[in-house]
Ligand binder design. Sequence first.
Ligand SMILES: *[C@@H]1O[C@H](CO)[C@@H](O)[C@H](O)[C@H]1NC(C)=O
Ligand SMILES: *[C@@H]1O[C@H](CO)[C@@H](O)[C@H](O)[C@H]1NC(C)=O
Ligand SMILES: *[C@@H]1O[C@H](CO)[C@@H](O)[C@H](O)[C@H]1NC(C)=O
Ligand SMILES: *[C@@H]1O[C@H](CO)[C@@H](O)[C@H](O)[C@H]1NC(C)=O
Ligand SMILES: *[C@@H]1O[C@H](CO)[C@@H](O)[C@H](O)[C@H]1NC(C)=O
Length: 388
Amino acid sequence: MWLTVVLLLCSQFILGAANQALTFDADCDGQDIFDAVDVALRHYNDEKQDDNQFILHRITEARTRPENDGGTHYFVKYEIYESSCAVKSGKVWQECDYKRSEAETGACSAHVLINKELKINDVIFQNCSYIAILDPLTYSYYPCRGCWKPIDFNSVELLRIVKNAIETMTWIGSHPFHFDLEEMKNASRQVVCGWNYKMVYTVRQTNCSKSEVPDLTPQCKIDTNGISGNCETTAYIGPNHFIQVISQICKTDTGFCLFCRTEVDPNDPELRDLLRQVIDEYNSDNNHTNLYNIFSVGRAKKEGLGGTMYDVSFTMKETNCTKSVYAILEDECQISESSSTFDCDVKFNVTNKAIKVHSIPQCFEIMGSVLGPLLFLSLGDCNRGLVS
Ligand SMILES: *[C@@H]1O[C@H](CO)[C@@H](O)[C@H](O)[C@H]1NC(C)=O
Ligand SMILES: *[C@@H]1O[C@H](CO)[C@@H](O)[C@H](O)[C@H]1NC(C)=O
Ligand SMILES: *[C@@H]1O[C@H](CO)[C@@H](O)[C@H](O)[C@H]1NC(C)=O
Ligand SMILES: *[C@@H]1O[C@H](CO)[C@@H](O)[C@H](O)[C@H]1NC(C)=O
Ligand SMILES: *[C@@H]1O[C@H](CO)[C@@H](O)[C@H](O)[C@H]1NC(C)=O
């Protein structure tokens, strides 16, 4: 056994050096890359003798080298996180959740040969070591995602997310009664340095009113004559198990929106245009000597049928245009990098192209120097992180 390992390693080193030029950078978002990592990780978990299996956290690098016979060599690097499933439990890693505490993390590099026609799935080399992996908030751009896989409707994590989503709907929505889960229709999830969940379910009104019963209790029963809704929710869960509901759309059979809330991409042109109007209003209403401009946009949500109510957090900084010279922001108004950064929140309503700002942006100055643009982790993936 020891010998084989050494031989494998040696040939890898020779091959590695000789074939460097023949490998190609691959898009680690690709399904074939994900499949190669899946083969490598399953192999790693199968070989593991004790403790827990590991789940894929994210893929960080991928190169490929095609063979003449239709096979492909994959050279991948990926990060792993300890799961709550024991080895030899008969489960594959896709069925496992992040271990809740004291989880080990690690990084692996692997060389996998896959030939679909000849049904070859060989892990030619793999080296995993336990190292600390970065918290999602410190990631820069990593677009890797796995494919959507159906999951068990009775998964504890799934029910926790659905309950959380229904509670949010109850509290933010205007309906006077608590809602509860009626039936789970579909659930699947995807690896994105954490998990994205997609759920389809129905909810129905219970006999507990929000004014009389603050929290949904087991005594609250579904009122079969009450209003029901068909919901589609997507949420993101990282290793810290914190739930971030990305979008939640619940409509009645007639299409009335019981609760409709979605996150908006911070770079969405329509959003940027609306924020420009917000900042113009802000500039005309205050006593600063200079005009301010948006520096970065963090999380943005919109709510309501068709999406009319926006709730956005952003940062702003002073520009070099004085109000005595410029009435509104012009192209030549540049942000003064050395000026203080303000962290702001604003809510506004958009109807028929009219925009009504509910209150002036609530801003506070961020103390100390902020080096780069502050971006917020959003949309439940690792595409946007804090860029240091
Ligand atoms: C395995 O990975 C560790 C950490 O990156 C490295 O120090 C070690 O040299 C690697 N071993 C082999 C055989 O490549
Ligand atoms: C359930 O979700 C999966 C994955 O998103 C999809 O392929 C399938 O069609 C869905 N099934 C139903 C009944 O909606
Ligand atoms: C809701 O219905 C259940 C079962 O009929 C009953 O025990 C409970 O008291 C009711 N709760 C309220 C707030 O009416
Ligand atoms: C601007 O200055 C005037 C007069 O000093 C003051 O009354 C007003 O509240 C100030 N407005 C803001 C937004 O600070
Ligand atoms: C602001 O700074 C930019 C870049 O330094 C410069 O091109 C522009 O002319 C300045 N604008 C004003 C009004 O000073």
